[in-house]
Ligand binder design. Structure first.
Ligand code: DAK
Length: 257
C-alpha cells in the first residue's frame, strides 16, 4: 500500500511509522490518521513485527489535529468524521506502540503520543493541550489520559492556561518514560522497541492488556484480570521455555505461542 502522509519502514522486528506532513508541522488530518491506522493494523497482524513505533520529525511530532480541516466543520460533520474511527482503532492494537517525540507535541499530537503505550522524548520536546485557544477542549483523550498520567493539578494547568511542558517536566510528572538529546532520542526509542520486540510475544501483548486495564477498572477488577491473564500464560509454550531456560542457564528461544 502506498501512503501520502506517512513513511513506513521496518528495522528488525520493529515496525516504524513516521508522520510526514512537515509543511503543516505534521498536523493530523483525516487522511493521515487513516493511513496511520492502516499501517499500524498491518504491523499488528504481521508475525514478523514485535513492537511498533510512531515518530515525527526532530522539529515536530505533531502540532495537533488539522485546524484548517476542522475550522468550518458542522457538529454533524465532526460526529461523522473518519477521525473518530481512527482514534478508536488505535486502542485496539495488540502489540506495544511507542511514541518517539521531538519538538512540538500539541493538542491531538499530545493525545496521539498518550494513546501510545510509552513515550520517549528528545530534550527539545514540548507537550501541550492548547485547544482552549481555539474555543474548544481536547477531544481525543487530553482531559482523560493526561489527567491520569500527570494528575489533576498539572492537567488543569495545561488545559485551562495552555501551560506547555518541557521534556524534563514531562518526565518528572510521569507523562513520558525516557528523555535523550535530540541527536539520539530516536535511536534510543528504536533500541527500546527492539528490546520489547525480542520478548515473548504472547506475554508482551498480555502485559500491555493488563497495564491498560488499570486505566479502566477498579483495583479489585484489575487484580482479578491480572491473575487470570497470568494463569493463562501457563498454557503457552513460551512460559515453559522461559522457565526451563532460566533453570538450565541458557537463553530462551520464543515461539510466540
Ligand atoms: N493544523 C493545521 N495547520 C497547522 C497546524 C495545525 N494544528 N499547526 C501548524 N500548522 C501549519 C501552519 O498553519 C503553517 O502553515 P502555512 O501558514 O505555512 O500554510 C505551518 O503549519 C507552519 O506553522 P507555523 O508557521 O505556525 O510554525 P511555527 O514553527 O512558528 O509554530 C506551532 C509551530 C506548532 C507552535 C504553531 O503552528 C501552532 O501553534 N500550531 C497550532 C497548535 C494547536 O493549536 N494545536 C491544537 C489543534 S486542535 C478529536 C481528535 C483530535 C482532536 C480533537 C478531537 N476527535 C477524535 C474527536 C484534536 C484537536 C486539536 O489538536
Amino acid at each position: 500500500m502506498s501512503y501520502e502522509n506517512i513513511l513506513v519502514s521496518t528495522e528488525g522486528r520493529v515496525g516504524i511509522v513516521q508522520l510526514n506532513r512537515p509543511a503543516a508541522r505534521n498536523a493530523l488530518n483525516g487522511a493521515l490518521m487513516a493511513e496511520l491506522v492502516a499501517a499500524l493494523a498491518a504491523f499488528d497482524s504481521d508475525a514478523a513485527i514485535g513492537c511498533m513505533l510512531i515518530t515525527g520529525s526532530d522539529k515536530a511530532f505533531a502540532a495537533g489535529a488539522d485546524i484548517k480541516q476542522m475550522a468550518t466543520a458542522t457538529v454533524v460533520e465532526m460526529m461523522d468524521s473518519e477521525m473518530l474511527g481512527a482514534w478508536d482503532a488505535l486502542t485496539r492494537l495488540h502489540k506495544p506502540l511507542l511514541a518517539a517525540v521531538s519538538g512540538w507535541c500539541l493538542g491531538g499530537g499530545c493525545e496521539l503520543a498518550m494513546a501510545c503505550d510509552m513515550i520517549i522524548a528528545s530534550e527539545s520536546a514540548i507537550f501541550g493541550q492548547p485547544e482552549i485557544n481555539l474555543g474548544v477542549i481536547p477531544g481525543a483523550g487530553g482531559t482523560q489520559r493526561l489527567t491520569r498520567a500527570v494528575g489533576k493539578a498539572i492537567a488543569m494547568d495545561m488545559i485551562l492556561s495552555d501551560r506547555r511542558l518541557s521534556a524534563g517536566e514531562a518526565m518528572r510528572f510521569g507523562l513520558i518514560s525516557r528523555v535523550a538529546p535530540v541527536e539520539t532520542y530516536l535511536a534510543l526509542a528504536l533500541e527500546v522497541a527492539a528490546v520489547i520486540a525480542a520478548k515473548p510475544p504472547v506475554a508482551v501483548r498480555t502485559a500491555k492488556e493488563a497495564v491498560n486495564a488499570a486505566y479502566e477498572s477498579t483495583l479489585a477488577e484489575g487484580m482479578r484480570l491480572e491473575r487470570r491473564l497470568f494463569t493463562l500464560l501457563f498454557a503457552t509454550d513460551d512460559q515453559k521455555e522461559g522457565m526451563a531456560a532460566f533453570a538450565e542457564k541458557r537463553a530462551a528461544t520464543w515461539q510466540g505461542r
